[in-house]
Design a protein around this ligand. Structure first.
Ligand code: KIV
Length: 287
């Protein structure tokens, strides 16, 4: 059996200059396939609120929802380094809430990394979770949980001043105890500097190729997402079309009486049909 990957594996990969491969995932079955594909890390992102539950933003994700999905993914991918995403209001309320909720992912779902969307206001939450013995992934750059305040999500680090602020923030989160970073939707140049300067693994989600690794949302990779993808994403298959065609073919065979055929049927044991016929005829005589 392969050894389970963890935060140390990711750090060693950074130090050796080997790219870290990561993907989001939200269920047991897909996690099995993702694990077979050999990725290093799975993130059970709060994007589950959109991808799995059909909400418009990530804000409706709850701890109970996220813990259940993370535990399912762990059952499907026992050896992958598993990161879980702290949903909106699971850590913004206080550092002690952050520790309690992060701990649920570790105790109840066997997660190894706790991801939090972080601004300078949440360094105490990063420190508290890290001090409690958990590996924190600080998510900087575009932070979808701030959509209500910002009104829209747009690329980050696109001016010298904004890039500098982000680089400073990356230093502060590492000082606070973050063991890794996820940089979303940030100018390639700024993300590259962050990856070069930070001693911990820096994963890019739409922040260019100069980071230590890459992550994308699984439904985008597989071609299951409806509508257009973000500029930074890429489709590697057209499973949505495959699903549609397969289910349409199934429905067509049912309508035409071609499914199921005898090869999909169980049969009564030899001699039992005759007995049943007798029982039935006796029953009808008694009426
Ligand atoms: O929630 C999520 O899936 C994420 C990824 C976009 C990195 O944060």
């Amino acid at each position: 059996m392969a050894a389970r990957k963890n935060i140390l594996t990711l750090l060693e990969m950074k130090q050796a200059g080997r790219k870290i491969t990561a993907v989001t995932c939200y269920d047991y079955t897909t996690a099995q396939w993702v694990s077979r594909a050999g990725v290093d890390m799975i993130l059970v992102g709060d994007s589950a609120a959109q991808v799995v539950f059909g909400y418009e933003s990530t804000l409706p994700a709850t701890m109970d929802m996220m813990v259940m999905l993370t535990a399912a993914v762990r059952r499907g991918a026992p050896d992958v380094c598993l990161a879980a995403d702290m949903p909106f209001l699971s850590y913004q309320t206080s550092p002690s809430d952050a520790v309690r909720n992060a701990g649920r992912f570790v105790q109840e779902a066997d997660a190894q990394i706790i991801k939090m969307e972080v601004s300078a206001a949440y360094l105490d939450a990063v420190k508290a979770v890290s001090d409690a013995g958990m590996a924190v992934m600080a998510h900087i750059g575009i932070r979808p949980q701030s959509i209500t305040k910002l009104g829209r999500l747009k690329a980050e680090g696109t001016t010298a001043e904004l890039a500098y602020e982000l680089i400073e923030l990356s230093e502060k989160v590492v000082q606070a105890g973050a063991s890794s970073l996820l940089v979303e939707g940030t100018a390639r140049e700024a993300a590259g500097i962050i990856a070069r300067e930070c001693p911990v693994p820096v994963i890019s989600c739409g922040s260019g190729p100069d980071c230590d690794g890459q992550i994308l949302v699984i439904s985008d990779i597989l071609g299951l997402s409806s509508g257009s993808l973000p500029k930074f994403s890429k489709r590697f298959a057209d499973l949505g079309r495959t699903v549609e065609e397969a289910v349409a073919a199934y429905a067509q065979e049912i309508r035409e009486g071609r499914f199921p055929d005898d090869s999909q049927c169980y049969h009564i044991k030899a001699g039992e049909l005759e007995k049943l016929t007798q029982i039935l005829s006796r029953g009808s005589r008694n009426q």
